[in-house]
Design a protein around this ligand. Structure first.
Ligand SMILES: N[C@@H](CCC(=O)N[C@@H](CS)C(=O)NCC(=O)O)C(=O)O
Length: 211
């Protein structure tokens, strides 16, 4: 199996953490795609992923998965223990709901803010083969949405230990990487959001948080 990664980027980190939680870090070959050098635009990588994004995962049979959640699904089915996408019908659906919420309200809100404000991303407001101009108002909206996400984290963690309930899951990976990604904007969980802080510090102590 080959994992197309970029050590500095948040989306491949979602898969890197998932792989670490599965205990597979030493059994998957990693190929670094340096986004700062625009290696995702090279012909060699374009042949792997015409959408020009990382992560991507290629199996020994030649199947290729082009999104973090496609990669997660394959790894979960091929290596079920420990379960990260839910253990039974109810938990699987709760994890799917929580992943979507953390991605939409957290991860993509940070991306919206960053890609519409960062000087280095001029005309790269969206990933992929087409250029898109930045929209300053989307940058501001994204930052406001990140604030709302931190509030959501706090109210969620007031009720339960992890994003989808009692157990650590991929939803915690999505939310944790989103919070660390928000650091690129110098945004962080407010000090007085004690429940969100407790959850964040718990996830941060997991070995997978350091990969
Ligand atoms: N939904 C996709 C998003 C992948 C994505 O946007 N990856 C970014 C890195 S975080 C990328 O490859 N960016 C390339 C670019 O900015 O041109 C996934 O989760 O795999």
């Amino acid at each position: 199996m080959k994992f197309y990664d970029c050590a500095t980027a948040p989306s491949p980190r979602l898969v890197r953490m998932f792989i670490a939680e599965k205990g597979l870090s030493n059994s998957i070959e990693t190929i670094e795609v340096d986004l700062r050098e625009k290696e995702q635009m090279n012909d060699a990588f374009r042949a792997i992923n015409p959408f020009l994004t990382v992560p991507a995962l290629e199996t020994d049979d030649g199947a290729i998965f082009l999104t973090s959640q496609g990669c997660w699904r394959y790894l979960e089915e091929a290596h079920p223990d420990p379960a990260l996408l839910g253990r039974d019908a109810t938990e699987k659906a709760l994890v799917a709901d929580a992943v979507w919420r953390a991605e939409q309200d957290g991860f993509l809100a940070v991306g919206e803010a960053l890609r519409n404000t960062a000087k280095g991303m001029k005309d790269r407001a969206l990933t992929g083969p087409h250029n898109h101009a930045q929209i300053a108002e989307l940058g501001e909206r994204g930052k406001r949405r990140v604030g709302h996400f931190f509030e959501l984290l706090d109210t969620t963690m007031a009720e339960q230990p992890f994003m989808a309930g009692e157990n650590f899951s991929a939803a915690d990976i999505m939310a944790f990487v989103a919070v660390e990604f928000a650091g690129w904007l110098k945004l962080s969980i407010p000090e007085d959001a004690a429940h969100a802080q407790r959850w964040f510090n718990t996830v941060k102590t997991r070995p997978s948080a350091s990969v």
